[in-house]
Ligand binder design. Structure first.
Ligand code: SAM
Length: 358
């Protein structure tokens, strides 16, 4: 049974041309969750248009179509049918809507240092499809059950993409300005989209470093739902990624997703002292990761995953894998997992590492 997928032309041409092999890698990982065996994934050209083709043992069932509809690059899905005279026809398959929050949320703002939203969704998907918590995998989890954390949240692309899935979403960002902008934007969005919502400002003790402040939004379909605290959560904290272990309970997070500073637009900053004027920016994300890993290990559930995008010019995949493995993680390294490296510009070769807590 053959299916053809058209990729979303997206908003960013540079990313689109780079992203063909990433799409294949994401689809390969997704296909391991299909109800039927995947025989081949490749590129195909039909009538001058290029598609990604998927050859399956049997027809996709509803769950398979739902998985495909969540792929970061999806634009349209067709089943190939051969008619009596051998001509190939494409039968369009309707993609189910699953979005809790309007998916335009992460397209609405553009800024320097923003992570491409399609790439961000891919990171979340690959992470979700890699978790294995008490035998429960991937999209088996109900939206709100998943707690997703971006410890280097910037102005919130990961948080907003996570909200689209209805996940319980937590972000930490060291720069006060970015934190406030993400908070203000989300509040405005909730109002515009007419969500019933509340916002709770809070402060956490952070040992010698004083207090860190955040806002937790709860948004719901009705007042009753909100009153019973049954809404969705999005929480943004102005803090330091290396202190995650003091902000969250142990074994509470399913998935950590972050686009690390590249040492170009954003340096890695440590907030010790003052979160508005962070000290000792470092150009090497490995310093940040090494400091963060113990806390990330603590807050993740066993079988939960970390997905990080980083500039592989600053630290190699091998060295980064060693850092993770030394701290009790299993780095996923089958072919699809090692196929995410791509050029962003002359100084950034971006790659993804996916590690699971053992
Ligand atoms: C590549 S940007 C993330 C951009 C984000 N995904 C977005 O689209 O808005 C990396 C972010 O990490 C933040 N950062 C750097 N060091 C940090 C630390 N120690 N704790 C928390 N955030 C940090 C930077 O301020 C920057 O906003």
């Amino acid at each position: 049974m053959k299916y053809l997928i058209l990729r979303n032309p997206g908003h960013n041409r540079v990313y689109y041309t780079q992203a063909a092999k990433l799409a294949i890698a994401e689809l390969e990982i997704a296909s391991t969750h299909f109800s039927t065996e995947c025989k081949e994934i490749s590129h195909d050209t039909l009538g001058g248009i290029s598609y990604i083709s998927v050859e399956l043992e049997k027809e996709m069932n509803e769950e398979d179509i739902l998985i495909v509809s969540k792929l970061s690059f999806i634009f349209a899905l067709y089943q190939e049918i051969e008619n009596a005279d051998g001509r190939k026809l494409l039968n369009p398959i309707e993609l189910p809507r699953y979005e809790v929050v309007n998916s335009k949320i992460s397209n609405l703002i553009k800024y320097k240092g923003k992570t491409n939203e399609i790439f961000t969704r891919m990171m979340i998907n690959v992470g979700i499809m890699s978790i294995d918590i008490n035998g429960k995998k991937g999209f088996d989890f109900e939206g709100k059950e998943i707690k997703l954390l971006d410890p280097v949240a910037g102005r919130g692309t990961t948080l907003f993409e996570s909200a689209i899935y209805g996940y319980s979403t937590y972000g930490i960002e060291i720069e006060k300005k970015s934190t406030t902008e993400a908070q203000n934007f989300f509040k405005k969005f909730l109002k515009q989209e007419k969500w019933v919502h509340s916002d709770r400002k809070y402060a956490l003790n952070n040992g010698k470093n004083g207090k860190v402040k955040g806002i937790q939004y709860m948004y719901a379909h009705s007042r009753a739902e909100l009153k019973e605290k049954q809404g969705y959560i999005l929480d943004i904290l102005n803090g330091d990624a290396q202190d995650v272990g003091t902000y969250f309970k142990g074994n509470s997070i399913h998935l950590i997703v972050g686009d690390l500073p590249y040492g170009i637009v954003h340096a890695n900053k440590s907030a010790k002292g003052n979160s508005q004027e962070p000290k000792s920016p470092s150009r090497n994300p490995s310093t940040l990761i090494e400091k963060c890993i113990p806390g990330w290990f603590k807050v993740l559930k066993k079988g939960g995953a970390v997905v990080l995008a980083w500039n592989s010019y600053t630290i190699s995949r091998e060295d980064l894998s060693e850092v993770f493995e030394a701290k009790g993680f299993e780095v996923l390294d089958s072919k699809a997992y090692s196929d995410f490296e791509h050029m962003v510009d002359q100084s950034i070769k971006r790659d993804l590492i996916i590690a699971r807590k053992k």
